[in-house]
Design a protein around this ligand. Structure first.
Ligand code: GLC
Length: 579
């Protein structure tokens, strides 16, 4: 009897042991998933690598650098749109969802790219741009041709005999007017982005079916995920109520999460996402945590991961406060502790460069602050999305001449400012630090003409600092930003506690240092980051005397005195604490 009891206790304790120590801690209800453990590297195809000398990056160019991408240690690539497009908004205006943009290559190139990635253990996440299409898409050509055309209801039209439609704000339009009059049928069509990006009518079941079929087409090819561009805006209240005056200052409140958006996502899940091993991430996460959870909580069967902007929105041209930064990231973390999953990022193709915006791009601090910010991204809970070029510490170019700009948003905003007699000098100054073109300059491969990006004339100017900031030089330097990036990626992959472990903020009121622990699976890591150009103390309340330093961007460990650590400018350090 005693023996049986002992056996039973042993089996039970073995079970508990396995549960608590055999697996990494998963405080989040949904458990382990490949897309939670992924490290996503964003490739902006137009600016990554040109293989044919036309000055525009292409798929063959990416293929030629797959070994480089693999060498970074990242496990997935998010590719900005590569579909046929007249390029009003660099591919975010799709004219054929089942074809490849001519500038980028062919479907055969795409197939070899996907194959090459999979051979290297890298997954591929594709951009899905279906809040709108291009006005050159066949659907829109049909739609605008007559009021009775079968495709008319694929878009939103307002017949002009009913007067002017209720004002809707457009993000990219020269007049900020989202209704464009079309004399062909005496009607207005809706475009939240540029005039060449008419919004699709998601309320029409035929449109939804078209999109699901497009998704199946790519999923059948074997891609691993979709990033749903601007999708929070896809559903509309088609009774077109008037919005209060000045609503555009807070347009997202009126545009995001409208109508039956969740219903459409559940339909998408049922029809497509549930049938494939693909992940899904939505750009934008509504206006509240409730909105964000409603998009991604697994019991709702919609999407996997939210990509929210509160974090990046902290940085203004005038700078940002670290206290605010800590508060926002901590709040988002705690809201997703038990359910749902987040993306962690500080840059992408719509933002200025990470180091210029959140760090310090002046020569003495550029490398250090890039490394410090990278440490932050790679040690937070949530899936890291890392923008190409940031691993080199690439900086803003800060164009001062409007002729250098290529982005439809910047060009139209300039024209708008001019039309209203605004302060163009002030506008140009702001644009130099905030423009999306800052992150779209060509990837800096080597100290060679055009940074080795192209043998032709690049579609947008190369940052002249490529002579010192480039992949070849950094690859050869063991202490470069690039090689630091590789180390911190390795560390994240080797320590699942950095993916799933509980996050706890320390020394909350410290305006200079961001310190936190990640705990789980019988282990605890401590991350301490100095966000300033001077030495800074962190009063973390933990004695690191017996801790193991796993990584730092300085040769020497920081000085520690009992429960205080003194960090050098932009120093980042990761410790393993004894348990
Ligand atoms: C998203 C994209 C951005 C694009 C816009 C319209 O925000 O990231 O680049 O301009 O949608 O498609």
């Amino acid at each position: 009897m005693k023996q049986k009891l002992f056996l039973l206790i042993s089996i039970i304790s073995l079970f508990f042991f396995k549960e608590s120590f055999g697996q990494p801690t998963t405080p989040n209800q949904d458990g382990r998933k490949w897309w939670k453990e992924a490290i996503v590297y964003q490739v902006y195809p137009r600016s990554f690598k040109d293989s044919d000398g036309d000055g525009i990056g292409d798929l063959k160019g990416i293929i030629s650098e797959l070994d480089y991408i693999k060498s970074l240690g990242v496990t997935a690539v998010w590719l900005n749109p590569i579909y046929s497009s007249p390029n009003d908004d660099n591919g975010y205006d799709v004219s054929d969802y089942r074809n490849i943009m001519k500038d980028f290559g062919t479907m055969a190139d795409f197939d070899s790219l996907l194959k090459g990635m999979h051979e290297r253990g890298i997954k591929l996440i594709m951009d899905l741009v279906v809040n709108h299409s291009s006005d050159e898409h066949e659907w829109f050509k049909q739609s605008r041709s007559s009021r009775t055309n079968p495709y008319r209801e694929y878009y939103h039209w307002w017949n002009a005999e009913n007067g002017k439609p209720p004002y809707r704000y457009s993000l990219f339009d020269v007049n900020h007017d989202a209704w464009k009059y079309d004399s062909l049928t005496n009607a207005y069509y809706l475009h939240y982005f540029s005039r060449k990006q008419p919004d699709l009518n998601w309320e029409n079941p035929k449109v939804r079916q078209e999109v699901f079929n497009i998704m199946k087409f790519w999923a059948d090819k074997g891609i691993d995920g979709f990033r749903l561009d601007a999708f929070q805006f896809a559903a509309k209240d088609t009774t077109w109520p008037a919005f209060p005056k000045g609503f555009e200052k807070d347009f997202s409140k009126y545009y995001a999460m409208q109508g039956n958006l969740h219903g459409y996502l559940q339909e998408m899940y049922k029809e497509v996402l549930s049938k494939y091993n693909v992940m899904s991430v939505v750009e934008g996460a509504g206006n509240s945590f409730t909105d964000a959870h409603n998009l991604v909580d697994s019991n709702r069967h919609e999407l996997n991961m939210a990509y929210a902007f509160d974090g990046v929105n902290i940085a203004k041209p005038s700078g940002y406060s670290l206290l605010h930064f800590k508060e926002v990231f901590s709040r988002w973390d705690s809201a997703f502790q038990n359910n749902g999953w987040l993306s962690v990022f500080l840059a992408n193709h719509d933002q200025a460069r990470m180091v210029s915006r959140f760090g310090n791009d002046k020569p003495p601090y550029r490398a250090l602050s890039s490394e410090m910010l990278t440490t932050f991204i790679m040690t937070m809970r949530g899936t890291p999305y890392y923008y190409n070029g940031d691993e080199l510490g690439m900086t803003n170019i800060g164009f001062t001449d409007i002729k250098d700009y290529r982005d439809v948003q910047a060009l139209n905003a300039y024209q708008h400012e001019k039309n209203i007699g605004g302060d163009l000098k002030k506008f140009m100054k702001r644009e130099a630090s905030t423009s999306r073109d800052n992150s779209r300059t060509p990837f800096q491969w080597e100290d060679a003409p055009n940074a080795g990006f192209t043998t032709g004339t690049p579609w947008i100017k190369v940052n002249p600092n490529y002579k010192t900031i480039n992949e070849e030089a950094e690859n050869n330097d063991p202490n470069s930003v690039l090689n630091y990036f590789r180390k911190v990626v390795r560390l994240r992959k080797d320590n699942l506690v950095l993916v799933y472990g509980k996050y706890e903020l320390l020394d909350k009121a410290n305006p200079n240092v961001y310190a936190y622990t990640r705990t789980g699976d019988g282990e605890k890591l401590l991350i301490v980051l100095n966000f300033t150009t001077h030495n800074a103390d962190a009063n973390i309340g933990i004695d690191v005397k017996n801790a193991t330093m796993l990584l730092s961007n300085y040769k020497n460990a920081p000085l520690s005195n009992k429960k205080t650590i003194t960090l050098k400018p932009y120093q980042a350090v990761i410790y393993r604490l004894p348990m």
